[in-house]
Design a protein around this ligand. Structure first.
Ligand SMILES: [Zn+2]
Length: 197
C-alpha cells in the first residue's frame, strides 16, 4: 500500500516539474497544456485503478509503467516547441491601412490583433456605427485616436469584426508570400543603424 502511494507521488512530482517547465516557456500554450495534462492525469488514475486494485503488479512493473506514462507528455512538449519555432513568429507588427497593427501568434492563429496610432502610438478606439444607404452591408469601421483630438486614423470597410478579418487576411497573405521577411530585414537594418549612431 505504501509502495503504491510512493509511486503515485513520484509520478505526480515528475509531471508537476515537467509541466511547470513547459508553462514557464510558453504562455499561450498554457490552456491547451492544462487541459491535456488534466486528461492525461485522469487516464493515469484510471489505469492505476483498473490495473492495480484488481491484480497487483510487482514494483519494477509499476516503475516501467510510470515511465511509459510520461511519453505522451514528451510528444506534447515537442509539438509545442515546434509550433513556437516557426520563422513567421517574429512577424508581430506591421503598418497596414495607415495605422500600426500588433498581434501575437499561436501556431498559425493570430491572437490579440489591435491597432495603434502612427503619430502618438496610442491605442485606437473604433466606431463601426457608420452605415451607408444599404445598411449593415455598407458599414465602415473608423479607428480613432483619443490622444490626437479624436482624429480618424484609419477607415476599413465592414463592421469591426470584418475590419479585423481583413487585416488578418492581409497578415496571412504576407506570411504565405514571405513578404514579411523583407519587412523584418528592413526593421533589423534600421535598428542596427540607430544602435551604431
Ligand atoms: Zn494619436
Amino acid at each position: 500500500m505504501a509502495n503504491k502511494k510512493l509511486h503515485t507521488i513520484v509520478i505526480g512530482v515528475i509531471i508537476a516539474v515537467i509541466g511547470g517547465f513547459i508553462l514557464s516557456l510558453i504562455e499561450p500554450a498554457k490552456n491547451l497544456f492544462l487541459s491535456l495534462l488534466s486528461t492525461f492525469w485522469n487516464s493515469v488514475l484510471w489505469m492505476w485503478e483498473a490495473l492495480f486494485s484488481s491484480y497487483g503488479l510487482p514494483g519494477w512493473a509499476l516503475l516501467i509503467l510510470s515511465f511509459l506514462a510520461l511519453f505522451p507528455l514528451f510528444d506534447v512538449f515537442q509539438l509545442i516547441m515546434k509550433k513556437n519555432s516557426q520563422p513567421h513568429f517574429e512577424y508581430v507588427r506591421d503598418y497596414l491601412h495607415k495605422v500600426n497593427w500588433e498581434w501575437r501568434w499561436f501556431g498559425d492563429q493570430i491572437l490579440d490583433l489591435w491597432c495603434y496610432c502612427p503619430s502618438c502610438s496610442g491605442v485606437l478606439i473604433f466606431n463601426d456605427s457608420d452605415r451607408g444607404p444599404y445598411g449593415v452591408g455598407d458599414a465602415k469601421t473608423h479607428f480613432i485616436c483619443e490622444h490626437c483630438d479624436h482624429q480618424t486614423k484609419s477607415t476599413i470597410p465592414g463592421v469591426e469584426s470584418q475590419a479585423l478579418g481583413l487585416i488578418e487576411r492581409e497578415i496571412h497573405r504576407k506570411v504565405k508570400t514571405k513578404e514579411y521577411k523583407a519587412l523584418l530585414e528592413t526593421r533589423a537594418a534600421l535598428e542596427t543603424n540607430s544602435n551604431n549612431r
